[in-house]
Design a protein. Sequence first.
Length: 165
Amino acid sequence: MIPNVLVLAACALIPFLFAMVWFHKSLFGGTNWHDITEMPDSKKTPVKPIKLVLSLLLNFMLAFGVYLLTIHESGIFGMLEGDIDAIKTGTAAAFLAEHGGHFHTWTHGLTHGLGATLLFAFPMIGYVTIFEKKSAKYFWVYIGYWYICLSLMAMAIATWGAMSV
């Protein structure tokens, strides 16, 4: 299985699209978000386009990481050092014929979204919250945001994110 780059690119947009809902002024956005993040008035300016492009690149990297977690066959591809010919023949091909393609469901992606949140986002946001002396509300708002984003990304990737070699 190799990554479907179009699906990964679409998944890179999920954090942007979901942020428009999650950080809308009627939920956690607007002055609510500024209060939660303790942002001074001097920093309440529009985001520069270069930062949006960089964040899109980071989102794509995140989507690729979620692909590696969600599509278990990527481990076989890695063990064969990316040799597509080796994956089409021999033991790898026999293994994939018997076991490949299992767990390519949205529920499997949902499970991996939860796992990625608990094992990666939870500790990282926890460190930021502790050492930057942020509030518990800050922690839970961002954990909720990343849980939903990572779960949506993992569900899409588990369902459509892998292509057979």
